[in-house]
Structure formats: C-alpha cells, structure tokens
Write a protein that binds this ligand. Structure first.
Ligand SMILES: Nc1ncnc2c1ncn2[C@@H]1O[C@H](COP(=O)(O)OP(=O)(O)OP(=O)(O)O)[C@@H](O)[C@H]1O
Ligand SMILES: [Mg+2]
Length: 260
C-alpha cells in the first residue's frame, strides 16, 4: 500500500442559494477504495454537496480536489471532470425513448467518442454485471424501479469513473426493490470503487460505509467510523433488510480491475 493521496478532498466548501447558506465551510476526505456515507436531516446539504462535486453547481468558495486536481478551477472543463465521476440520483433520469443499451452507452458515444460497436460491447458487459443484459433492448418503462435504478448504475459505471456518487438511490423504490439496488452498491464497494453515498438508510450506512459524515447546517459535524458516528447497532432503525445479502455475479468492470 502506498500512502495514497485521497481520491476526493473537499475543503472550506461554501454554497449559497439567495440568502440561504447551504454549505458553510464543509470539508471531507475520501480515501481510495473507501465508502463514505453522508447522513443528516433533510435540507442539511447532502445533495448539494454531491451536485457541487459533480460540478452541477458553481461553488461560492472552497476547493474540491479529485486526485489532487482542483476541479473548481474555472479553467477546468466540467464535462471532462464529469467523465471521471459517476452520479446516480434518486430518480433514475433514464431517457424514456431510448432502449436500455442506448441509455447506458450514450455518454460513451457522445462524450468519449467511442465507436458504436465498442460502446455496445462495453454497455452489454456492464448490463451483464448488474444482471440486466437480457433487458438491453427494453425501454425503461418496461422495467421495474429497481431494474431502472440498476440501469442508471450501469450507465454511471460504463465510463469507468474514479468516484461514484449515490444520492438516495433507493428512496424512490418500493420496499421490496430496495435490496437489489443496495446489493449492487455493496458489490461495487467490495470491488474497491471509491464512493460517496447520501442515505437515510442508517442500517445500510452502518453496514457498507468505512466512514460516516454527519451533516448539519452545511457542515460536517462528525466524521468517523459508523460505530462511532451512528452509535449502538442495536437501535431499531439500524436493521438491515435481509435482501441486501442476496448475491449477484461479481461486479468487476470490463478491462482492468478496480482495485489495483
Ligand atoms: N437550486 C436551489 N435553489 C435554492 N435552494 C436550494 C436549491 N437546491 C437546494 N436548495 C436548498 O438547500 C438546502 C439543502 O438542500 P439539499 O437538497 O442539499 O438537502 P439534503 O440534505 O439533500 O436533503 P434531503 O435529505 O431532503 O435530500 C435546502 O434548504 C434546499 O431548500
Ligand atoms: Mg438530498
């Protein structure tokens, strides 16, 4: 192991909407291969933080370093940065008129200029990993919510990002579909993907995260291992749905393994 530089380092991040200070000098660090759970009350700034990291918001102050590069520098090309970051939202944001495979390969073809055959091969391999290769030709509305969210994960993964951001990826799902998506997130974590996930699922945060950041008022109030930040695992809200433990084929990305 090298004493590696963190994949993500956020310092003094400030974001203001009108007269509302939403991020107020927020700082956090995510080491390579680590999983960081962002928890905190509604409105505490979790989604805004993820959107700032993906450069979907212009920050008012502070620094966001991805692999040591300050991506808030105005000279940085946001689209190039975004190809190094995968973001999965609560609502899947799939294009309804495009087949599953075309949703997954769109960025590869449009942003990365990968030719159609190669993009399709990579896309199918990624769909295989999320257990949906046989649905490649379907339209999103022919899939369940859990399946659509797995397509959204495949779409984010296909560009082989350095960092994955998950924003409440199970909160729009029916309870019986939550487990399959959480299982997928867990497998990615096990494969060594560096990830940040905003979640209200305390049991899952405890189970999957290496560190938990508790946000309040746009700051990280506490950052530490789950048992330190979340306390007693015996609390009733900490129960992990059994479906999380369902196994799925290994999620190694096509090409080089995530963990080197
Ligand atoms: N585009 C915007 N314009 C104005 N205010 C915004 C905007 N986006 C977010 N906010 C405000 O910023 C604050 C933080 O919102 P954010 O969505 O980051 O919270 P959150 O922690 O993700 O909450 P939740 O748990 O409900 O998802 C809220 O008060 C919200 O109203
Ligand atoms: Mg949110």
């Amino acid at each position: 192991m090298t004493a590696a530089r963190p994949v993500l380092q956020v310092e003094g991040l400030r974001k203001v909407f009108g007269d509302r200070v939403v991020l107020d000098g927020l700082g956090l660090t995510a080491a390579e291969h680590s999983c960081t759970a962002l928890i905190g009350a509604s409105g505490s700034g979790k989604s805004t933080l993820l959107r700032c990291i993906d450069l979907l918001e212009v920050v008012d102050d502070g620094v966001i370093e991805l692999d040591g590069e300050d991506i808030t520098d105005p000279r940085v090309d946001a689209n190039t940065v975004r190809t190094r970051i995968g973001l999965v939202f609560q609502s899947f944001n799939l294009f309804p008129h495009l087949r599953v495979i075309d949703n997954v390969t769109l960025a590869l073809r449009r942003v990365h200029k990968v030719d159609r055959d190669k993009a399709e091969a990579d896309g199918l391999a990624m769909l295989e990993r999320v257990g949906l290769r046989d649905r490649a030709g379907a339209r999103p509305d022919e899939l369940s919510g859990g399946q659509q969210q797995r397509v959204a994960v495949a779409r984010a993964l296909v560009t082989r990002p350095r960092l994955m951001l998950f924003d409440e990826v199970t909160s729009a799902l029916d309870p019986e579909l939550v487990g399959e998506v959480l299982a997928l997130v867990r497998e990615l974590r096990d494969d060594g993907m560096t990830m940040l996930l905003a979640t209200h699922e305390m049991g899952f945060a405890r189970d999957v995260a290496d560190q938990v950041c508790f946000l309040e008022g746009g700051r990280v109030l506490e950052q530490g291992p789950p048992e330190q930040v979340l306390g007693d695992p015996g609390a009733p809200h900490a129960a992990v749905p059994a479906a999380h433990h369902r196994r799925r084929p290994a999620l190694n990305l096509p090409g080089a393994p995530l963990r080197q």
